[in-house]
Structures are given as structure tokens and as C-alpha cells.
Design a protein around this ligand. Structure first.
Ligand code: BGC
Length: 737
């Protein structure tokens, strides 16, 4: 049997799990996260699920493979609902979206930072906690299942749902997803990972045909799902709306049966995205276990499935398998014996968590002449300009949003005073009103200074362009201030469509605003709120840039804390920021989107594209500055039995403040078609000034392998080059394996 081998960070996680008495036994590999005891619990759960299925009537079984509530009728404002079987002690199961907090439409929920920001923290422990904190709230709202594990890779940097995902690298995304999943399931909430697979854009969302060769699928687009499925055992995998190589994802036997259930030994269930099932028998036989209904055409209804069983196109054994998978997941996660019950939520604790998560997610992109951190005592006039920084932060739209946020009444535009005629809704235009918006947070950190806001008024549509008057007022204010902080924002979300360009839009003239302010004040700092990379034609004119993503409800305070140095930024980009749209691999002809995208760039996606094409990005994958500086030295690359390599080196904080660095290990695998460098591991190391640490990363055999298409298996490739860097391009040490 092929050994399951995981990247360096997985081993670090396993070792840290060992501190909690869960030491992985050598020989049992490093997966799953919780090891031996879990295997016994799993076997017992299977036996119990099988016994229960044996006692169920056909109608009771059919109720378990189809969530038939119209979304608006799901109790508690959830997205789907499966009724239990009280006579057998099987409870109801209610599920809700949970990308950036509970997506209940009727209950108040905390808004967390977007998950692209979570990926930017490069902190697996934070991802675990993120999953846990959202699950605590889901459970208290009565939900036993959270649909928040989005992890499609950022192949299309303009993708409308990028904020819900974990960036462009499969290992980073997979590790963070595994941790998030495990954190969620630690709270007796079933975690769903999605959208499986090839769903990298919103164009052609329903039925668009993603054409991806097998090696590219295995090495890139399947890999985050594989890491999470094997290591964290999510209860559910959601198949997507699109087709993969001609066949709908929810009836694609290759990705569901061959890969997920056979190769990866996935024991949970496959649920459809809402309305994504396209057939009865073909879908069931291809591996779909549960259909989620949106009230239009449905295929796994009791009537249709009974017919399929009667005519022999679906076997009773397969129906039993579908139900058993669901029951198994409910038993193993604890949902069966301790179902979620509504209860009081500690919103203050959740709010504090969102702030600290955001503080670890922000990425300092530019800091000329140490513009940041700001010294409060030296400033008497601070201008804060644009982005509704006096009231709100932007969040992502669609099902990945919280729809009834705690902070501010969610009246159309997050409680801002925009008129309803602007068409605001949580779906397309989700401004989140903050109790402590950026302006007040800055004022409280600089009490002696006069903090003045200028910019778009809340009476105009949030999408309306800045007027010439607003731009010149902002420039005048900036000219009369010691420092100018400009906030720019890039709305995006599901169904909002993909962005047409990475240039700032909505309002379209934010670039002109930044240019005008920068011309008026040499101390101009730009704070970006986005879920995607953003083009920055003004990059050279401003003194500092901070990427804050969609910062969630702790955002105002978190951003202020970074600007004033209460927090030393430690985030690194999980996506490449290009200089121009034309540099991205999917731009095609004049930026037209393909409805049926062909993944012609193969393995050269994300930073691998820029490296292989020799295109210099504006800010590369893995990049991020700090208020201190880190020196790297002493690389050693040792071979261990089993084709493991131990990469070790020193990282020293040689600046004057404490900070955290994310040293990254990349391999150049000497094999046709491989990119110049691919990420295989990283660490996040907190160091005091002058402190040094020797970092060890074990690179597994699997991370040195390529997918051998001829023999359908992983092939180990010896002799990789080893790169240790502070980013994918800032390579500090180099060696050979
Ligand atoms: C989205 C899913 C989501 C589901 C339920 C669909 O439109 O694609 O991500 O979980 O709706 O809200």
C-alpha cells in the first residue's frame, strides 16, 4: 500500500498534536489529525450506522438523501434540513452556510474576516480556532452542519468567490482547510468542504465545462481537497455546479467514486451544491449521496429514487450506503448523540476573536521610509479618506456572507444610511456597519490628534463614483494633515459575477482619489479592503499599503492596531498581485471569460505561472513585510529514511520589535512540466528582537512526487532543488536534496 505522506507543516501539526497526547504512531503515517483512538471510534460508528440502516423503512431512508425544504422555509434561517427519525433516536439535522460566520438568515451572527485573509495568516492554529469559533455559534443557533469549507484555488484571480477560498496554492489551502475542518468538527458540527471541483470562477457557474488534465487535477485542484479529506475527515464534500471534463461534477464518477471514495478512502457523504444534481440514477451511481433542493428541478426525491430502485437502475445496497454514510458522519462527529440546541451566544468573545484573527491576516505590502507604524504622539492632524471608514467595512456577498450580522442592523447596506433605492442587499452590496469603525478606532489610539473623515457620503450609492468635489475636498484635507489614510474597497461575491478586471471598481474612480491624495500629502497610506488581488497604479506614489481583505466586525480596531504598531503585521499573500490584468494566466483575449475554461496553463498556475513565464508581479505569493526584519542562515538538507528530507535553517529577528515570520520552503522538482518552484512547507515563528530559532521542516516523499498519468499513481522524483524564502521570490537560502 502506498504510504500517505504529508507536507512539512502537517508534520509540525502532528507534532504539536502530540503535545496533546495524540502522538501519531510511526508507521500509521501522519494522517488523520486525530489518530489511533479515532480509528476505533470510526469502526464503531460504522457498525452503529449499519445497524440503524437495517432498522429503517424505505421512506425513512429516502428522507436522508434529500433536503427538501425550500431554503426560505428552513428552520432557524438555515440552508438545508434533514428530518430525523425519532423512533430510532436519530435527530433532525439543520445546516447553514458558514464561510465567514453563520449564514443564518434569521439569527444574529458574528461576521468573521474572509477566509482569504485566514489563508494570509499562514497560521494553521488560527485556522483551527476559526473553524471552532464559527462552529460554536452554529451550534448555539441550532445548526449541526456548517457549509463553510470553501477551497477552490485562485486560478481566476478575478473570481467572485475568492474571498471565500484559501488562495492559489494547494498545500497552503489544503492545510488551512484541514485545520479549519478539524476545529469545526471538534465542536460536534459536521464540516462541509466545497466546491468539488473545477469551480474556479463564477462565469459558466451552472454547467460550464472545466477541462483539466489528470496530472493538473491531482497536483493542483484536487490536492487541497485530498489533504483536508484525508487528514481532517470532513463529514461532507459538496460537489459543484460545473462540469469537469464533460460530466457534471455531481454525477462525475471519476472525481466522486474513483478519486474521493476509492483513492482517498473518504467515508463521509457527498452532497450537491444547491440545485446542482442533474439526474437520479447516474448521479447516485456516480457517488452523489444527498441532493440539496432549491425548489426547481429535483432528482433524488422519494418518488424518483423509488422508481429507480424498482427499475433496477439504482440498487438497494447503494441506497443503504448513501444513508449509512450520513448516519456514520452524524455518529462520529457527535451530532447523533448530542445534537445542536439553540442557546445563548457569547458575542463579545466572538467579536474579540474576529479582531485577533484579522490582526494576524493583514499583509503589509509597502512601507517606504518606515512610514508605519504611526507614532500617535507625533501626529496632530490625521485625515481618513474614503471606503466608508467612518461607518463600516466591506464584506463579501452571497452565501459566503453573514446575512444577519450582530454589528448594526442589516438593513440593505449593513445599516449605513444609503437609500434603499440603491438596490443594496446582503447579496451584492454587503457593507457591515461597525460599532468601532476605523475612524473611531484611530481616534482612540491617537487621542491628542484631530481625526477628520472625508470621502463618499453615506447618502450616495456605495457604488457611485466620487464626485470631483469629493476628490478635491479629500486632497485639501490631506494637504492640511500630517498623514492621510485612504481606504479603497473592491466588492465581490457569489452571483455578483467575477470581476471584469482587478482594477478597483465600484466606485470606479478610487484610483483617482488615491492619486489626488498622494499628490497632496507625501505621507499617504492606503488600506485595501478586497477579496481579490487589486491593481495599484498608484503604488509608487504612496508611502505605505496594507491589504486588510474583508476584515469582519473586528476590522476597525484591527486595522488601527496595525497602523499604530500595537500589532506587528505578519500576514503573507496567499495570492499573487499582478501589475496588470494582462499578466494573469486567464486573461485570454481582452479579458473575456471562457464559459468552458480549458486549463491550458496546466501546472503553471498562480505564482508558478509568473515564475515559469518570467513575469514580475507587483507583489508575489508569500510576500509580506513586518515592522521588524528577519535574517536567514545555516541551511542544512538531510536525507532521512523513506525519502524524507529534513530542511533546517536559522531565522533571526534582527530588528528592534517582536514579530512573526513565515519562512517558506519550495522545491524545484526536476521533472518535465513541473514549475520552477512549488510550496512544500512553512512555519510561523514568533521572535523577540535578537532572538533566533532553528526551524526544521520535514518534506515528505509525496511532496517530492509528481502524478504519473500512465500508471495512475504518484511517482517519487529524487534530486529536487530546495529553496528557503521569505516569499516565493525572496529566496534567502538554496540547496539540493
Ligand atoms: C452556493 C454554496 C452554498 C449553497 C447554500 C450555493 O449557491 O454555491 O456555496 O453553500 O448555495 O447556500
Amino acid at each position: 500500500m502506498q504510504k500517505k505522506l504529508w507536507p512539512a507543516v502537517a508534520i509540525a501539526a502532528a507534532v504539536s498534536a502530540a503535545a496533546h497526547a495524540e502522538l501519531p504512531t510511526p508507521g500509521l503515517d501522519f494522517a488523520p489529525l486525530s489518530t489511533v483512538l479515532n480509528a476505533f471510534a470510526s469502526a464503531a460508528a460504522h457498525r452503529r450506522a449499519e445497524t440503524l440502516v437495517g432498522k429503517m423503512t424505505i421512506d425513512e431512508k429516502l428522507q436522508f438523501i434529500h433536503s427538501e425544504y425550500a431554503m426560505s422555509a428552513v428552520p432557524g434561517g438555515g440552508a438545508g434540513y434533514i428530518q430525523g427519525v425519532p423512533r430510532l433516536g436519530i435527530p433532525d439535522l439543520n445546516m447553514a452556510d458558514s464561510s465567514t460566520g453563520s449564514g443564518s438568515t434569521s439569527q444574529a451572527s458574528t461576521t468573521f474576516p474572509s477566509t482569504i485573509g485566514l489563508a494570509a495568516s499562514w497560521d494553521p492554529a488560527l485556522a483551527w480556532n476559526f473553524g471552532k469559533q464559527i462552529a460554536i455559534e452554529l451550534r448555539q443557533q441550532g445548526f449541526g452542519m456548517g457549509l463553510g469549507g470553501g477551497t477552490n484555488l485562485a486560478r481566476e484571480p478575478r473570481g467572485g468567490r475568492l474571498f471565500e477560498y484559501l488562495g492559489e496554492d494547494p498545500v497552503l489551502a489544503g492545510e488551512m482547510l484541514a485545520e479549519r475542518t478539524d476545529g469545526t468538527q471538534s465542536q460536534k458540527v459536521i464540516a462541509t468542504i466545497k466546491h468539488y471541483m473545477g469551480n474556479e470562477q463564477e462565469h459558466g457557474r451552472n454547467g460550464g465545462n472545466s477541462q483539466i488534465d489528470e496530472r493538473t487535477m491531482r497536483e493542483l485542484y484536487l490536492l487541497p481537497f485530498e489533504i483536508a479529506a484525508r487528514r481532517a475527515q470532513p463529514g461532507s464534500v459538496m460537489c459543484s455546479y460545473n462540469r469537469v471534463n464533460g460530466t457534471y461534477a455531481c454525477e462525475n464518477s471519476h472525481i466522486l467514486n474513483d478519486v474521493l471514495k476509492n483513492d482517498w478512502k473518504f467515508q463521509g457523504q457527498v452532497q450537491s451544491d444547491w440545485g446542482a444534481a442533474q439526474s437520479t440514477a447516474p448521479a447516485i451511481n456516480a457517488g452523489l449521496d444527498e441532493e440539496e433542493d432549491v425548489g426547481s428541478t429535483v432528482y433524488l426525491t422519494p418518488t424518483l429514487v423509488k422508481q429507480a430502485i424498482a427499475n433496477g437502475s439504482v440498487s438497494t445496497a447503494r441506497l443503504n450506503d448513501m444513508v449509512e454514510r450520513k448516519l456514520y458522519v452524524m455518529i462520529r462527529t457527535g451530532v447523533m448523540d448530542d445534537p445542536a440546541k439553540a442557546g445563548p451566544i457569547n458575542f463579545a468573545a466572538a467579536n474579540a476573536f474576529t479582531q485577533s484573527a484579522e490582526e494576524q491576516s493583514m499583509v503589509l505590502l509597502k512601507n517606504a521610509s518606515n512610514q508605519l507604524p504611526l507614532a500617535a504622539g507625533a501626529l496632530s492632524r490625521i485625515a481618513v479618506i474614503g471606503g466608508h471608514a467612518d461607518a463600516a467595512v466591506l464584506t463579501g456577498g452571497g452565501s459566503g456572507n453573514t446575512r444577519d450580522p450582530v454589528t448594526g442592523a442589516f438593513a440593505g447596506c449593513g445599516g449605513l444610511t444609503f437609500g434603499t433605492s440603491t438596490g443594496c442587499s446582503w447579496w451584492t452590496n454587503p457593507w457591515l456597519k461597525l460599532n468601532t469603525p476605523l475612524v473611531s478606532a484611530i481616534q482612540s489610539l491617537a487621542p491628542q490628534a484631530k481625526v477628520t473623515f472625508s470621502g463618499n457620503s453615506d447618502q450616495q450609492s456605495p457604488f457611485a463614483a466620487y464626485t470631483q468635489q469629493q476628490i478635491s475636498d479629500a486632497a485639501t484635507l490631506a494637504a492640511n494633515s500630517d498623514v492621510a489614510i485612504v481606504v479603497v474597497a473592491q466588492p465581490a461575491g457569489e452571483d455578483f459575477g467575477d470581476l471584469t478586471s482587478l482594477a478597483l471598481a465600484n466606485p470606479t474612480n478610487q484610483d483617482a482619489l488615491v492619486e489626488a491624495v498622494a499628490a497632496a500629502n507625501p505621507h499617504t497610506i492606503v488600506v485595501v479592503e478586497s477579496g481579490n488581488p487589486v491593481l495599484m497604479p498608484w503604488k509608487d506614489s504612496v508611502s505605505a499599503i496594507v491589504e486588510a481583505w474583508y476584515p469582519g466586525e473586528g476590522g476597525g480596531k484591527a486595522i488601527a492596531n496595525v497602523l499604530f504598531g500595537k500589532v506587528n503585521p505578519s500576514g503573507k499573500l496567499p495570492v499573487t498581485f499582478p501589475v496588470r490584468d494582462q499578466d494573469t494566466p486567464t486573461w485570454g483575449t481582452n479579458g473575456a471569460f471562457a464559459t468552458n475554461p480549458v486549463y491550458t496553463e496546466k501546472l503553471d498556475m498562480g505564482y508558478r505561472w509568473y515564475d515559469s513565464q518570467n513575469i514580475t508581479p507587483m507583489f508575489e505569493f508569500g510576500y509580506g513585510l513586518s515592522y521588524t526584519h528577519f535574517a536567514y542562515s545555516g541551511l542544512s538538507v538531510l536525507h532521512l529514511p523513506g525519502n524524507l528530507i529534513d530542511v533546517s535553517f536559522n531565522v533571526r529577528n534582527d530588528g528592534r520589535v517582536a514579530g512573526a515570520e513565515v519562512p517558506q520552503v519550495y522545491l524545484g522538482v526536476p521533472y518535465q512540466g513541473e514549475p520552477p518552484r512549488r510550496l512544500v512547507g512553512w512555519d510561523k515563528v514568533g521572535l523577540n528582537p535578537g532572538e533566533s530559532r532553528r526551524v526544521h521542516m520535514i518534506v515528505t516523499q509525496r511532496m517530492q512526487s509528481v502524478w504519473d498519468t500512465t500508471n495512475s499513481r504518484w511517482q517519487y522524483v529524487p534530486g529536487s532543488s530546495v529553496f528557503v524564502g521569505a516569499s516565493s521570490r525572496d529566496i534567502r537560502l538554496q540547496g539540493h536534496s
